[in-house]
Write a protein that binds this ligand. Structure first.
Ligand SMILES: Nc1ncnc2c1ncn2[C@@H]1O[C@H](COP(=O)(O)OS(=O)(=O)O)[C@@H](OP(=O)(O)O)[C@H]1O
Ligand SMILES: Nc1ncnc2c1ncn2[C@@H]1O[C@H](COP(=O)(O)OP(=O)(O)O)[C@@H](O)[C@H]1O
Length: 506
């Protein structure tokens, strides 16, 4: 990384490329020194050694692959052996340069996917985003820490009283300074957006010993052990000497691990202590994340014995009761199954209540206004459905209700829409209108089935184009013998029963 100063003209002529969000997160950690001793994305020799031995090619222990993928068009322009053709400018998703990578290795992974490995160097002004001031580099943080032990806590969830008591106990026992590392890439395990997690942690600050707080773009990789190892590595780079972790063995991280004891609330004196030291009739166990979410969803305050009021307030702001939250009701089904009819009537009923604004993303209007020019190929249908999902998720982000009713024949596109809604903090209800093809064909409101049967229309869903039945619909309706009013009533009933709308509507 050091020493190789790139000439201006190489940088000017270099191709640029925006890595995916999790690769950008790794890039930031590489640039800040949080991934020391790594100085760039791994090359093949490292990846092979890592898979086989858990070490890089030079023998350094390292827990996870840190890789960057590029498309074939870019790979073909690179030549690691030629100094004029091995630099790529890596940009953020808006196209602003973040770093230059000098390709040391470029290799084919699959059809249009290539790996790019090599050292990275910072360019530009260091990025933007909420709470940027907390994304401090390890070197700066280390220089500010008091001498002696440093207890690291990776706070990927809000801190309630039991966790706060564990932290206070550990810091006191070790006589250590506290360093809180907040992972802020993507949504946390409770679905909290990173800014909300930061606010919730700060809301607990007056219940902690004096602490240094840092935000790190660490993304979980879905393997508890490797994730814990990587977190410990990063914590060590920040100067942590002891880490509070539920994963006991952390070989190679060079840190002491403290496994916190399970605390419970003692109602005799209001203290949190080891659960086995409290008689069963006096003890209340800590709430699980699911129990906490359930209280918030139903609009009940988190109890004070469990959660400091300031933390409870932050959490109820970011996760308001379901009846006040954004919501996407997404109908899927064959043409003629009844989606638009039910959706339209549902939207009317929801508007009557006046609780939230309602946006109806009806098929014809959508294909005229939002997705004009798209046809019915798989790619075009996916684009159509994704755009509908994007708009619906934005409506949900602003706490409105979106009702959409495309055929949406492909599972992957429906899943993408669900993800977008949930990441926007909205609810997502998939309603499968599962009226059988024969019935839809008999209705044939637009004469499309007849034309498809006669061979005059190609690619008609259900005839010669696929419809992937959803396996995860919240609600399934068959309108063969059901009235429109009954169908709408069923959807409303589901929404009321699950707390998404006030009972008065039904
Ligand atoms: N080949 C083919 N297959 C299916 N449907 C067709 C086709 N060509 C036109 N139409 C008419 O377009 C409506 C479906 O559009 P969608 O936007 O809902 O479809 S998709 O979600 O993008 O697959 C659909 O309207 P609905 O009957 O309201 O579902 C059809 O009338
Ligand atoms: N229970 C029901 N729900 C919805 N539509 C029904 C129902 N029973 C009969 N229908 C009729 O079925 C047709 C469905 O058409 P439409 O709503 O345009 O379907 P889609 O949007 O799925 O293509 C309409 O003519 C509607 O009157």
């Amino acid at each position: 990384m050091s020493g190789s100063v790139l000439p201006e003209d190489v940088l000017r002529d270099a191709p640029s490329f925006a890595p995916r969000p999790f690769e950008l997160a790794d890039l930031e950690l590489l640039l800040s020194g949080a991934y020391a001793p790594l100085t760039g994305f791994l090359v093949r020799a490292d990846l092979v050694a890592l898979a086989r031995t858990g070490r890089l090619a030079d023998g350094t222990p390292w827990p996870v692959p840190v890789t960057c993928e590029i498309p074939a068009e870019l790979a073909e322009r690179l030549d690691p052996a030629d100094p004029a053709r091995r630099t790529v400018v890596l940009t953020d998703l808006e196209g602003a340069p973040i770093a230059a990578i000098e390709a040391a290795d470029v290799w084919r992974i699959a059809d249009n996917r290539y790996g790019l490995g090599g050292p990275v160097r910072r360019m530009g002004d260091g990025g933007h985003g909420p709470f940027q001031r907390l994304r401090r580099p390890p070197e700066e943080v280390r220089s500010l820490l008091p001498p002696g032990r440093v207890l690291g806590v990776i706070a990927d969830r809000p801190l309630h009283r039991p966790q706060l008591a564990q932290i206070a106990h550990a810091a006191r026992t070790l006589a250590a300074h506290l360093l809180i590392l907040i992972p802020i890439s993507g949504h946390g395990p409770d679905g909290l957006p990173p800014e909300a997690l930061v606010r919730a942690i700060f809301a607990a600050r007056d219940r902690m010993p004096p602490a240094t707080v840092v935000a790190v773009p660490l993304m979980p990789r879905g393997d508890e052990m490797r994730d814990a190892l990587l977190r410990s590595r990063v914590a060590a780079a920040y100067g942590v000497t002891h880490v509070l972790s539920t994963v006991e063995a952390l070989p190679g991280a060079g840190l002491r691990v403290l496994v916190p004891r399970e605390l419970a609330y003692d109602n005799r004196d209001g203290q949190w202590r080891w659960r086995d030291d409290i008689p069963p009739r006096n003890r209340r166990l800590a709430m699980t994340p699911a129990e906490i979410d359930d209280l918030l969803d139903r609009g009940f305050p988190l109890p004070e014995w469990h959660t400091p009021p300031a933390v409870a307030k932050e959490l109820s702001r970011v996760r308001p009761p379901r009846r006040h939250r954004g919501l996407v009701v997404f109908f899927t089904g064959l043409s003629g199954s009844g989606k638009s009819t039910i959706a339209r009537n549902l939207a009317d009923a929801l508007r009557e209540s006046g609780d939230r604004t309602v946006t109806l993303l009806d098929g014809d209007v959508v294909r005229r206004e939002l997705t004009a020019g798209l046809g019915f190929s798989k790619a075009d249908r996916d684009r159509n459905v994704r755009r509908i999902g994007w708009v619906a998720a934005e409506v949900g982000r602003h706490r409105g209700m979106a009702v959409a009713c495309p055929i949406a024949p492909y599972e992957a596109a429906r899943a993408a829409v669900r993800r977008m809604a949930v990441e926007a903090g909205a609810g997502f209800i998939l309603v499968h209108v599962a009226t059988p093809l024969e019935v839809c064909e008999r209705r044939d409101r637009k004469g499309l089935y007849a034309r498809a049967r006669a061979g005059q229309l190609r690619g008609m869903t259900g005839i010669d184009d696929p419809y992937e039945e959803p396996g995860n619909a919240e609600l399934t309706l068959d309108t063969t013998t059901m009235s429109v009013a009954e169908a709408v009533e069923q959807v409303l009933g589901y929404l009321v029963e699950n707390g998404w709308v006030e009972p008065k509507l039904s």
